[in-house]
Design a protein around this ligand. Structure first.
Ligand SMILES: Nc1ncnc2c1ncn2[C@@H]1O[C@H](COP(=O)(O)OP(=O)(O)OP(=O)(O)O)[C@@H](O)[C@H]1O
Length: 287
């Protein structure tokens, strides 16, 4: 049974339909990617799942129960934890203190009188920020701060981790280590739902991927299926393998990613990867 089910969710902001009858699921013990161009509705979906945004229509089920009308903290108590695009740690506290606070909040939420089994030092070591344990959170590199966010989430021993662009600020080797850590966490049965623009990471670690475009789920499947999906190629590149090759002029016009961002062109002979390694997200207005 799926751990999380997003069932026919619609979110409207005035005249804007940010999420449009979205349906997708997240399985326990798996890493699921939620991808799509800028403004596709990924963050709004996260907000609906975690309770920050009430859906206009539809339901969210977690661990077999309908949680659509539950508050953020009740969802957290049931085993959801989330990181944000913006870093949320307490800057004036040390890395260790930040994790301690997260642990105390978790104990408070669960009403735990006895000590939780979470060992802060082991957690800092596992996530890769032990070297910064006594540093103020606002003085550590962005990559380490991202890992601290993850440690704060893990302190709550969640069943589902929702990660919003977790690799931003990580260098290549940190991203590789991060991917390996996520895999390790899923081997313990945790589920991960990740919004991420680094396609190498997404394609490398995700078991399943759901693609949003203009609020709709336009594709769901394994990385290999998503990579070659015509609708996904169109959403990212403006054209797909199935289209007639556009003129050079049109191709220039279609170059949708920020200056310098490289992607494999599906019209190049021998190209196998057609989704760009998007580090500069595609601007919906410029598509
Ligand atoms: N509070 C809001 N009020 C009005 N419109 C909103 C609000 N939040 C999001 N939107 C709009 O809803 C759409 C989806 O936005 P959302 O932030 O969910 O997309 P996203 O896929 O997370 O984008 P990004 O990759 O840039 O973070 C966009 O058109 C956005 O402008």
């Amino acid at each position: 049974m799926a751990l999380l089910e997003v069932d026919d969710v619609v979110v409207q902001f005035g005249g804007v339909t940010a999420v449009d009858h979205a349906v997708f699921a997240v399985e326990p013990g798996q890493i699921t990617g939620l991808i799509g161009p800028n403004g596709a509705g990924k963050t709004t979906c996260f907000n609906v799942i975690t309770g920050l945004q009430k859906p206009t229509k539809g339901h969210v089920r977690f661990d077999g129960k309908d949680i659509t009308s539950l508050s953020v903290h009740r969802r957290s108590r049931r085993g959801m934890a989330r990181t944000f695009q913006r870093l949320e740690a307490f800057g004036s506290l040390t890395v260790r203190e930040n994790v301690k606070v997260a642990l105390d909040i978790h104990r408070g939420l669960r009403g735990l009188v006895r000590r939780s089994s979470t060992d802060i030092d082991a957690l800092l070591e596992r996530v890769g920020v032990a070297a910064y344990a006594e540093e103020r959170a606002d003085s550590i590199p962005t990559g380490a701060a991202r890992l601290l966010e993850l440690a704060r989430c893990l302190a709550g021993e969640p069943k589902l981790l929702l990660l919003d662009e977790p690799s931003s600020g990580l260098d290549e080797s940190e991203t590789d280590a991060f991917g390996a850590l996520l895999k390790d966490l899923t081997r313990e049965g945790k589920a991960v739902l990740m919004v991420e623009h680094d396609m190498d990471l997404v394609m490398g670690v995700c078991d399943d991927i759901h693609v949003l475009d203009f609020g709709k789920v336009i594709a769901s499947g394994k990385p290999a299926e998503i990579r070659t999906n015509a609708a996904v190629q169109k959403a990212y590149l403006g054209y797909s393998d199935e289209d007639e090759r556009p003129s050079e002029q049109t191709r220039t016009d279609l170059a949708p990613v920020g200056a310098g961002a490289a992607y494999a062109d599906p019209y190049d002979e021998g190209a196998t990867t057609v989704i760009p390694a998007v580090t500069a997200p595609i601007d919906q207005e410029n598509r």
